[in-house]
Write a protein of this length. Structure first.
Length: 176
């Protein structure tokens, strides 16, 4: 009887783990004024990728907040990527995360700003990576990569769609 109970509890735990693993942490604010539907015209297709870290990092494992031109764009989950069609133009991207830092490991928010220019009809791959600053805390850098690097990263990441009625566009095999 004890063995049967262990099997049942193990089965329930496995089902719960699968359900939790299936939930994405990435959420895109589709109402952002510079996000456009693909049918609205020639925009810039921008993939945002966030690789897994080499180890658990506590607060920095939570979704990173991306603010585009002073408007919230998305929260990007660890080990996930998504694609957004943006109005072509110059952008200021603020990347914010919580981390523990200092001699008393106080929780604080770190924000770093980056500039990008996205052209009409082009596809871009922006990777958001964690950098461990040790006692200064973990911060994130955002940089563009080429299609080959994006494909290698995406092979180990989970694709997340912008909306529930849309399938995620996988990283294309060719740029354009």
């Amino acid at each position: 009887m004890v063995k049967l109970r262990g099997i049942r509890l193990g089965g329930v735990a496995a089902i719960i783990a699968l359900l939790v693993a299936g939930c994405s942490m990435t959420k895109v604010h589709r109402e952002h004024p510079l996000v456009q539907a693909a049918a609205e015209g020639v925009g810039a297709r921008v993939y945002f990728l966030r690789p897994e870290t080499e180890r658990r990092m506590g607060f920095p494992d939570n979704p990173v907040r991306l603010v585009l031109n002073d408007e919230p764009l998305m929260s990007l989950g660890r080990g996930e990527y998504t694609v957004v069609n943006l109005v072509p133009r110059d952008y200021s991207l603020a990347v914010s995360n919580e981390t523990e830092a200092g001699t008393h490991w106080d929780v604080k928010t770190i924000t770093r700003d980056y500039s990008f220019t996205f052209q009409p009809g082009e596809t871009y791959f922006v990777v958001v990576r964690a950098v461990d600053g040790e006692f200064r805390g973990v911060h994130f850098v955002a940089e563009t990569v080429d299609i080959g690097d994006a494909q290698r990263l995406a092979a180990r990441l989970r694709a997340v769609s912008v909306s529930s009625d849309q399938q995620i566009e996988r990283i294309p095999l060719t740029k354009g």
